[in-house]
Design a protein around this ligand. Structure first.
Ligand code: PEP
Ligand code: MG
Length: 606
């Protein structure tokens, strides 16, 4: 993939377009994550661990050098008939590549100056050298890239075998303070803001980066409501996904502007462009400052309707951000994030209980809605499944996902149910079940909940009451609401999946992202009917998909009769501002017009 032409004497600004997923402007130097090494751990080390990490790479490299020497010796003993001379020569090339200065010096640089862990440093340097090979005129030399990849792969395998002595530390997020233009002129690598550019990042990767130094994210693939995008949004830092070839076009250390509002990535910006975006960045900060004043203002419409603004969280620690943003509870705790990125065992009952309890206690008496695991689709437990998906062997969005996965493994599901019931002894807990469609699934789920209670009774372990809710995220569920309301105390509309399944659009696939339309009349009809039926029966209903946190839909949802919205803490204040400006009674007839229109987006735009 060619990079746009470079002006004589220096770099040239160019832009890449993707999908806007998390608002705001980020300006920083690019950190590239090599795409082909998705199963390599990426984390920052402490300065005191630098020598040990360098040593780990050296030990890995020396072991591979020894292995090749041994192999060459065996070849020599076999004689030229069985072991052609070319093989020996090829191994010489591998030895040469292994001992090349560019590899060693580069790896040292990433570990020492950037505090990358050993594996990350190695794959980053591989990417740097691989690009140099790509640009070579000589075909023979170009092909040596594959050899280099092989030797690095061997080092990585060796390093995996011996394990990492360094646990991934929790690195505090660096200040995201505004970047002033003069700072760009300082070529220090220590304190400049960093933006992460990758082909793809799994939700587990994102979780690892959640408390990290990055001020923005860009990925080549992914849709607006892919789980990677959702985690980026929850981090409240600018992000663009579906930027196609960004990871090919951007180079390590390039200066990059991420415009999270427009979904644009600007590479090597000129001074004028930098000044413009620096200004917009400051405007954004001022706007946030203004919104922060609404934190303690009750969310009430102009005509006196009380609106419940809840938080979506991924980890118990997110409860603090929810309280800080003024959420009146957690409307969706995506419990599967406790299960992701684990190599072997699933979290035990006790580990889960402690995590749910932390979330409940962190909300200080406010209700917490814990959703049982939604593993599958774009949240896979391990890399094997992700690879299968990449290879096109699975269509996990239609496969063994969420409640289907739980019912297929009752012991695992019971473990989770017991942990949630036990946490309910410490505060108000609501239990939410994802992806239900069939009455048989509903009955099985309810009897397993009863069974979990009976098990706790038998063990004499205390637990608390929970109200039971179902996600409405499959059209079949939205079309059989009466059935759902017979069994459940409340419903929560998962618009991310409801849109995906209604329109047959993979929410993680950027190539069909333009067809992923929350305003499609069919989607609006299902959402409106669900709200209306719950309101008519006096049952609680909330929207917890990304639509709830998007201010462009707030008035429409209010007009449909929605009084409970659940979203990332970072979105709560902006939605509250819309609520405070809205007259819910007057929005009702207008919402009907939107619902009846052939092109609702046009009516919505006014
Ligand atoms: C949804 O589908 O809208 C939802 C909230 O669940 P998730 O995004 O975790 O699938
Ligand atoms: Mg869902």
């Amino acid at each position: 993939m060619g990079r746009p032409g470079v002006a004589a004497g220096g770099a040239m600004t160019f832009s890449i377009h993707g999908l806007a997923v998390a608002r705001g402007i980020a300006i920083g130097r690019a950190v590239l994550i090599a795409s082909s090494r998705a199963d390599v751990a990426h984390y920052f080390i402490e300065p005191g661990q630098v020598q040990a990490e360098i040593e780990r790479v050296r030990a890995g490299r020396d072991a591979v050098v020894d292995e090749i020497h041994r192999l060459q010796q065996t070849l020599d003993e076999m004689g030229p008939k069985e072991a052609p001379h070319e093989l020996h020569a090829l191994l010489d090339v591998h030895l040469m590549l292994l001992q090349d200065d560019a590899l060693t010096t580069g790896v040292k640089h990433w570990i020492t100056d950037r505090l990358y862990n050993a594996e990350w440093a190695l794959t980053t340097q591989l990417e740097v050298i691989a690009r140099q090979f790509d640009e070579m005129e000589d075909e023979y030399l170009r092909e040596r890239k594959a050899d280099l990849e092989q030797v690095v792969e061997r080092i990585l395998r060796y390093m995996k075998g011996v394990g990492s002595p360094v646990a991934p530390p929790h690195v505090p997020r660096r200040s995201t303070g505004l970047l002033r233009q003069h700072e760009l002129l300082l070529d220090d690598t220590q304190d400049v803001p960093l933006v992460l550019i990758a082909h793809d990042l799994s939700p587990a990767d994102m979780l690892q980066f959640k408390q990290s130094v990055f001020v923005g994210f860009v990925t080549d693939v992914g849709g607006k409501t892919s789980h990677t995008a959702i985690v980026a949004r929850s981090m409240d830092i600018p992000a663009v996904v579906g930027a196609r070839s960004a990871s090919q076009l951007v180079r390590q250390d390039d200066w990059v502007i991420i415009d999270g509002d427009a979904g644009v990535v600007i590479v090597d910006p000129s001074a004028i462009i930098l000044a413009e975006y620096g200004f917009r960045q400051r405007q954004g900060e001022l706007e946030r400052g203004r919104l922060a004043r609404l934190r303690h203002t009750p969310a009430v419409t102009l005509d006196g309707q009380k609106i419940e603004l809840l938080a979506n969280i991924e980890m118990p620690e997110d409860a603090a951000a929810a309280v800080h943003a003024g959420a009146v509870g957690v409307g969706l705790f995506r419990s599967e994030f406790l299960f992701l990125g684990r190599q072997t065992t699933l979290p035990s009952e006790d580990e889960q209980y402690q995590a749910y309890r932390r979330a409940v206690e962190g909300m200080h008496g406010l209700p917490v809605t814990i959703r049982t695991v939604d593993i599958g689709a774009d949240k896979q437990l391990d890399a094997r499944h992700e690879k299968a998906r990449d290879d096109g062997h699975l269509n996990p969005a239609l496969g063994l996902r969420a409640i289907r996965w739980s019912l297929a493994d009752p012991a695992m599901f019971l473990t989770q149910l017991r942990a949630i019931l036990r946490a309910a002894a410490h505060g108000k807990v609501k239990l939410l079940i994802p992806m239900l469609a069939h009455v048989s699934e509903i009955r099985q789920t309810l009897s397993l909940i009863d069974f979990a209670r009976a098990e706790l009774d038998n063990r004499g372990v205390p637990y608390g009451p929970v109200s039971l809710g179902a996600m409405i995220e499959i059209p079949a569920a939205a079309l059989t609401l009466k059935l759902f309301l017979k069994y459940f105390d409340f419903l929560s509309i998962g618009t991310n999946d409801l849109i995906q399944y209604t329109l047959a659009i993979d929410r993680a696939d950027e190539s069909v992202a333009h067809l992923y339309d929350p305003l499609h009349p069919a989607v609006l009809r299902l959402v409106a009917d669900t709200i209306a039926e719950c309101n008519a029966q006096g049952k609680g209903v909330s929207v917890c998909g990304e639509m709830a946190g998007d201010v462009s839909f707030t008035r429409l949802l209010l007009g449909m009769g929605l009084r409970s919205f659940s979203m990332h803490p970072a979105q709560i204040l902006a939605v509250k501002q819309e609520v405070l400006r809205a007259d819910a009674g007057r929005l009702t007839p207008w919402a009907h017009q939107v619902l009846d229109a052939d092109e609702p987006a046009k009516v919505l735009a006014g």
